[in-house]
Design a protein around this ligand. Structure first.
Ligand SMILES: NC(=O)c1ccc[n+]([C@@H]2O[C@H](COP(=O)([O-])OP(=O)(O)OC[C@H]3O[C@@H](n4cnc5c(N)ncnc54)[C@H](O)[C@@H]3O)[C@@H](O)[C@H]2O)c1
Length: 326
């Protein structure tokens, strides 16, 4: 049985990856300090003999006994509301955390796949963004803690590949959505659905002409799985190129939820990217991958998930675990 370590395994994407690797017959070890994740995302896996959970901070030394074939580094606060509140932890997990994973991979002779992000392109001067674009990031702006951590993470991963011959893969993930996102994580999709469910107006930041593209989580996981098993070490964009303005998206959510509320406008936050759309030519060519789930279908599944949550979830403030305060 192949063995895979998934850091950030109790998070939104990490937990879906755990499910996928379990389905594929792997022994899965999830490692997470639960700073933004939730144990409930993986509790259904606990009875399985081929699943283990380590409650651990990846930015500290990591050890896993036995063989490892693959390490997927997904630990990192991922939404602006999180990384703006815990900037140092964000920088650490993107630097010390990946360093620990790469060291472990060398000892185990494992292949490493890292979760990078479309944020490495910053506020892009090129549209759509392909992997050869180097980005437009403000290192000292508020989002710099996340964007630069991810850029460093790519650089150190490539250095281990080049200088140590380690097998590495880099996925640049564009906005992804689906069940197990947190309603209160500040990202536009759960924010809109949460507001609709609470009977509040939907907040658009700026004039709403900024664009985003949304990839359904099952499509993303399929792309990651294919990339891991491919022999391609350079970054690959995985995302859905279907582009939509935030205003249009808000209108779609109003229609989907049947809310009687309207869109209201607030000032745009600093360094908010104006456009986001992946060029997925490389993923198509190398992985034979493209998204399959339409936005209408993915939104319906996600909305049903949010509606199934207990009512108190609707009123929870963005949460950060107790040790953040230390
Ligand atoms: N969701 C997206 O649209 C998206 C887009 C681009 C990149 N990504 C990347 O994918 C990864 C997962 O994102 P997500 O949306 O699932 O976020 P998430 O917050 O749901 O999951 C991140 C997980 O990492 C854990 N974590 C954070 N720091 C840790 C540490 N030091 N040690 C151990 N665990 C730690 C958290 O507790 C959480 O369970 C992140 O690396 C993120 O940057 C996500």
């Amino acid at each position: 049985m192949k063995r895979v370590l998934i850091t950030g395994g109790a998070g939104f994407l990490g937990s879906h990856l755990c499910d996928r690797f379990i389905r594929e017959g792997y022994h899965v070890i999830a490692m997470d300090n639960l700073i933004t994740g939730d144990i409930r995302n993986i509790e259904h896996l606990f009875p399985l003999p081929n699943f283990e959970f380590y409650h651990h901070d990846v930015s500290k030394f990591i050890h896993v006994s036995g063989d490892l074939d693959y390490i997927l580094h997904f630990a990192s606060p991922a939404s602006p509301i999180d990384y703006l509140k815990i900037p140092i932890q964000t920088l650490k997990v993107g630097s010390l955390g990946i360093h620990n994973c790469l060291g472990l991979a060398r000892v185990k002779n494992a292949r490493v796949l890292i979760a990078s992000t479309s944020e490495v392109y910053g506020d892009p001067a090129v549209h759509p963004q392909n992997e050869d674009y180097w980005g437009n990031v403000n290192p000292v702006g508020p989002r710099g803690v996340y964007d630069e951590a991810k850029r460093f993470q790519e650089a150190i991963t490539m250095a281990y590949h080049t200088y140590h011959g380690l097998e590495t893969r880099i996925v640049r993930i564009f906005n992804t959505y689906g069940p197990r996102m947190r309603l209160n994580d500040g990202r536009v999709l759960p924010a809109f659905i949460g507001q609709a469910l609470r009977g509040e107006d939907l907040t658009v930041f700026g004039d709403g002409s900024q664009t985003r593209s949304f990839c359904y989580v099952d499509d993303l996981v399929e792309g990651i799985y294919r990339l891991l098993l491919s022999d391609y070490a350079y970054p690959v964009n995985i995302g859905n190129p279907g582009e939509i303005t935030i205003r249009e998206f808000g209108e779609e959510i109003i229609k989907l939820t049947g809310t009687k509320q309207k869109l209201i406008v607030k000032p745009l936050p600093t360094d908010d990217p104006k456009q986001r759309k992946p060029d997925i030519t490389r993923a198509k060519a190398i992985l034979g991958w493209e998204p399959k789930v339409s936005r209408a279908e993915g939104l319906r599944i996600t909305y049903d998930y949010f509606r199934s949550l207990p009512e108190e979830e609707l009123y929870k403030a963005a949460y950060h675990r107790e040790f953040v305060k230390k």
